[in-house]
Write a protein that binds this ligand. Structure first.
Ligand SMILES: Cc1cc2nc3c(=O)[nH]c(=O)nc-3n(C[C@H](O)[C@H](O)[C@H](O)COP(=O)(O)OP(=O)(O)OC[C@H]3O[C@@H](n4cnc5c(N)ncnc54)[C@H](O)[C@@H]3O)c2cc1C
Length: 605
């Protein structure tokens, strides 16, 4: 018998699944020095947000003001806003791809489905995936495995405990728990993309598509997507009454019949304003909402998310509404909406590290829609920016665990402050926590040529709880640290305002909070989504020479980041930041005078 082709990889951390949760796990771990393998079964990254499925990214900020996720999530969003004003899914794919592909410590295995694991007692020794494009088996030996597959593939390849379905009220004492538990879940969906033309476009449906002559036959589902810019056919949803893993192929076939039938209804049955609309795309890969959820040391519940609970081991947060769909999906009447339960949250809630590692497999972690949460709590944590911040938390915690030779549980018990501080250093927001910063030495002074700059050194780095927390200064006016004697400054850290609420983008408020678009009207200028105009675009950092002149130690005129950290390595008695221009300077806003810079932090160290 011929030998199969197999490649072995040695890593600190192996991440399975390259949705937003898996990507951010991998990127955060790699940036902190871990050697990472990321195994993703599809040719593109991003999971449900990728061009294969086409859901837009939502998060806490989409529902509660000023709560938009920062860290790597915001880094990706800013890059996408800058490079992809037309909101093209292929460009989005490329933004995600480069974040991972060119990260030096990540070995990215695309088209590689994890399908086996070798266990050693209650730990995982290795996982193996088959790469379809090269007919190669990849076996990854690692210290910690992070399952971000959404479907919790490692639960069936190990004995990791997990749960499926909806819990009874008394299980976790939840208001939205059911009278009796069942195994139903939310279903999966296929998306549709279309655009408006200046002429009539015909559509001939495939013979196998369902035919919906009336709205009643379509269960009165709301189909105003062509007029309203910020909605889609999310209700083409099935599978929640069955098994969203084993039934996937059959459900896909059914969803295709429904999706082509729905477009046929729009075009050929009744007046829906769709005459000039042309179909661009219907997905063939169902986007999954829910399947198996792992059991960790803590199970997040409805009470936690509704009371905005702060945990001692908070490492991420959510704030999206409780968003629990009816498991019957498309087959339930749309007259009462798609939801069994829906409730907006007014506060963010913490997500504890104990919900991101397995209760019984010592080196297994998870992030994304499969974390240790009740079905009701899951319905809010599942949105992708929340999955992303969980990923950054998991990657950071896994790295610190590996660094000290600890299991995730022991790292949670012994190193939680270090994990939290690293996350905040990397621009992650942890509600209830403040980033500790070294107090200014008695000999150092922070002054600004315009206004009071003391907020730049307080560890709060966003507008929150009604407080601005930022420094407003005129461009051109420096902010200076002076020291009594010559001091070595190795680097600076700057957090600029990237307009988390997207108030200053000149865009239509309807679409400010959706990252991509599925229906393109002719009369709508999608490019107006723009880029946060208040973000600092150009600045200089200068050091004082012995002769009293200043020399530039760092400068840029194309900053696109919120968090900027650079090495400067100078021996000096003063360092200053000179903000030069924001993106306002490129816009009509300059009519109102010279732009002001809005900055949340400036530190030298
Ligand atoms: C129709 C629909 C509408 C939604 N609407 C929104 C919305 O508006 N905004 C929002 O933010 N969220 C929305 N969600 C929820 C959100 O998309 C998911 O909860 C989220 O994608 C979960 O992120 P994740 O990274 O955990 O998993 P996924 O995005 O599912 O990514 C997991 C990745 O792992 C890969 N994978 C799976 N098994 C393996 C394996 N064995 N080996 C290797 N790789 C594997 C998958 O292919 C996938 O790419 C929606 C979901 C659906 C289905």
């Amino acid at each position: 018998m011929k030998q199969k082709h197999e490649i072995f990889h040695n890593a600190d951390i192996c991440v399975v699944g390259g949705g937003l949760a898996g990507m951010l796990t991998a990127v955060s771990a790699a940036r902190l020095g871990s050697k990472v393998v990321l195994m993703q079964d599809r040719p593109v990254l991003g999971g449900n947000s990728s061009s294969e499925i086409r859901m837009w990214v939502s998060g806490a900020g989409s529902r509660v003001r000023n709560l938009q996720e920062t860290g790597i999530v915001e880094e990706i969003m800013l890059e996408n806003m800058y490079r992809n004003p037309d909101r093209n899914f292929s460009v989005w794919d490329s933004v995600l791809y480069e974040k991972v592909r060119f990260e030096p410590n990540i070995d990215l295995l695309l088209n590689c489905a994890c399908c086996n694991a070798e266990n050693d007692g209650n730990a995982i020794r290795s996982v193996t995936g088959f790469q379809l494009t090269t007919y190669t088996w990849h076996t990854v030996l690692a210290k910690i495995f992070v399952d971000c597959s959404g479907d919790s593939i490692l639960s069936e390849l190990t004995d990791a405990e997990y749960m499926v379905g909806r819990e009874a009220k008394e299980t976790f004492g939840e208001e939205f728990g059911l009278p009796a538990a069942d195994r139903h879940t939310m279903g999966m969906s296929l998306m549709i993309q279309a655009h408006e033309t200046d002429h009539k476009c015909t559509f001939i449906p495939p013979e196998w598509a369902y035919v919906y002559h009336t709205d009643e036959e379509m269960h009165f589902k709301p189909h105003e997507c062509l007029e309203k810019i910020n909605t889609n056919f999310y209700w083409i949803e099935l599978g929640g009454m069955g098994d969203t893993i084993r039934d996937t192929e059959n459900i896909r076939d059914e969803l295709l019949k429904i999706a082509f039938g729905v477009w046929d209804h729009m075009k050929n049955h009744g007046e829906h304003g769709a005459d000039n609309w042309e179909l661009d795309w219907i997905g063939f890969l169902p986007g999954k909402r829910e399947s198996r959820r792992y059991i960790g040391d803590y199970i997040l519940t409805q009470n936690d998310v509704e009371t905005g609970r702060v945990f001692p081991d908070t490492v991420a947060y959510g704030g999206w509404q409780i968003d629990n769909h009816l498991p019957g999906g498309f087959n339930m009447s749309g007259r009462d909406g798609a939801h069994l339960q829906k409730r907006r949250l007014t506060e963010p809630y913490g997500i504890p590290l104990r919900s991101l590692y397995s209760k019984n497999i010592s080196n297994l972690m998870f992030a994304g829609r499969n974390i240790s949460a009740s079905h009701v709590a899951f319905s809010t944590v599942r949105v992708m920016a929340t999955c992303g911040v969980m990923g950054q938390a998991a990657g950071t915690a896994a790295t610190i665990a590996v660094r000290y030779g600890l299991t995730p549980r022991d790292a949670c018990a012994e190193k939680i402050r270090e994990i939290q501080n690293q996350l905040m250093e990397d621009d992650c927001f942890l509600p209830g926590f403040q980033r500790p910063i070294a107090p200014l030495s008695i000999s150092a002074k922070l002054t600004a040529a315009w206004g009071d700059a003391s907020v730049l050194h307080n560890g709060i780095e966003r507008k929150i709880w009604g407080s601005d927390n930022g420094y407003w200064g005129m461009c051109g006016k420096p902010i200076t640290y002076t020291f009594e004697k010559k001091t070595h400054i190795s680097s600076f850290r700057l957090v600029a305002d990237s307009d988390l609420d997207r108030e200053y983008t000149d865009g239509n408020p309807d679409v400010l909070n959706i990252s991509m678009t599925l229906f393109r009207r002719r009369d709508y200028n999608y490019t107006s989504f723009g880029f946060p105009k208040c973000l600092l675009k150009s600045f200089r950092v200068e050091a004082l020479n012995d002769d009293g002149t200043w020399r530039t130690v760092y400068e840029t005129d194309k900053n696109r980041s919120r968090l900027i950290r650079e090495n400067i390595n100078v021996d000096t008695t003063a360092v200053r930041l000179v903000p030069l221009a924001t993106y306002f300077s490129d816009s009509l806003w300059t009519t109102f005078g010279s732009a002001q810079a809005h900055i949340f932090a400036f530190e030298v160290r």
